[in-house]
Design a protein around this ligand. Sequence first.
Ligand code: 5GP
Ligand code: MN
Length: 349
Amino acid sequence: YFWHTYFMTSISELKAQLIPGTKAVITAHYNPDSDAIGSTLAFQGYLAKKGIQATVAVPSALSANLKWMPGAADILTYDELLHKVQIDALVEEADFIFCLDFSGIQRLHNMAPLVRKSRAKKVVIDHHLDPEDFGDYYYHRTIAASTCELIYDLILEWGDENLLDPSIGSCLYSGIMTDTGSFRHPNTTAHVHTVVAALIDVGVNTNEVHRKVFDSSSIDRLKFIGHVLGQRMDYLPEYHLAFMWITAEDLTKFNSQAGDTEGIVNYGLQITGCVWSILMIERPDGVKLSFRSIEPFAVNEFASKYFEGGGHKNASGGRFSGGSLVEAKKKLMEVLPLYLSEINRVKNL
Ligand code: 5GP
Ligand code: MN
């Protein structure tokens, strides 16, 4: 784990400033996933117990399978006009903005300028690589499998273990579970299991959380996955690559909702011999890419080199701004041969 980074600032000094009545906003990245929503809501629940009524405000809507989380109904989303007005006012008067589950301010998309210019102290709690220097306080460890794990660690570090309860615990469990791929990704450390054991002791029903997050698809979504696996996937054996693509028309035809494309890229890795999987999605604002790989292939390097992206070693994202889906595919096919030796090197390790 030599590549992991720890970035801590005076987190005990921060604790002393979090007194009842403090005005706080908690935010997370665009297209918030289970770790983003789980960590923000858990932290909100924790702050509430300390007499701090924080608002959770995120750039865009959460998917339907996360709406069961306690507090989810009150989340403000910046891409809704009525919420935007409220968020602008809340950020304006906030003492603290907690930035959870992202380390680059551009991952706030439309909300980034607002947070950047705010006079509030910014607290970054996250596990992504290469944190940017926009925060006043950092609780940042790339070895953490999820931001939810870090929220748990922080609550313990602040001596508030007794404030954990099944509501906070379920939110935390949700993010830990999804960011570890249900405890199968290489980021699943012994510490992850220790945290989960503690959450079960607090009263979290792990089976129920798993069902709420994963067994809550619409029939449209299952048919959509069937369509992608059936009609929109190629396997390129020479590159050990599963390649999938989703057109704008597919999204409309299958009535795709926020979060419906989540996890589809992982299916590719189920093919024997597959080392990495790429999914391209034709969105209104351009082609978005998802990358997944198995150890030791660092797919974030590929994402950053060719598709303006990055992320974790085995789970990354990126975009193609040079044109349509057809052109994005063309670019991929052009750069693949340049990566052949790297893929073979990894394959032979
Ligand atoms: P997903 O495939 O779920 O959209 O993204 C997987 C991971 O890749 C995210 O957790 C995030 O860390 C990273 N990621 C996604 N999109 C981008 C991007 O455009 N730039 C960078 N640097 N990382 C991204
Ligand atoms: Mn995360």
